[in-house]
Design a protein around this ligand. Structure first.
Ligand SMILES: [Fe+2]
Length: 118
């Protein structure tokens, strides 16, 4: 087994939505920095109870200049039953050619998504 075998994507989605959506450049940060938002359940909210919730999301960037160099950009941990899985990271977007995110549901496991920039 490889770690990648544990990651689920859009093809595994059922009624509940787990794939982390990545929105680049929605809202400005400080100069040279843009906001990258990672949200789970934008259209169909995921349950948010102590028994079943999105515990965290992580954002990674793939650098433009260095072939396939992956940079860990941040993690947001959510309070079960209270905090919606919706995080904003301020990132120098121009340095990256892609962003990838992970989301962890305590019942349904690890979910992934990537967006490539032009
Ligand atoms: Fe779930």
């Amino acid at each position: 087994m490889n770690f990648g075998d544990l990651l689920k994507g859009v093809e595994a989605e059922g009624k509940e939505k787990h794939v982390p959506q990545i929105e680049v450049g929605k809202g400005r940060g400080r100069e040279g920095v843009e906001v990258v938002r990672v949200v789970v359940g934008k259209e169909v909210p995921h349950p948010n109870t102590a028994e079943h919730h999105i515990a965290w999301v992580e954002l990674f960037g793939v650098k433009k200049e260095v072939e396939e160099q992956v940079v860990s950009l941040g993690r947001a941990v959510f309070g079960a039953g209270y905090t919606n899985p919706n995080a904003r990271f301020q990132v120098p977007v121009a340095e990256f050619k892609a962003f990838c995110a992970l989301a962890y549901c305590n019942v349904h496991g690890l979910w992934e998504n990537c967006v490539e920039l032009e």
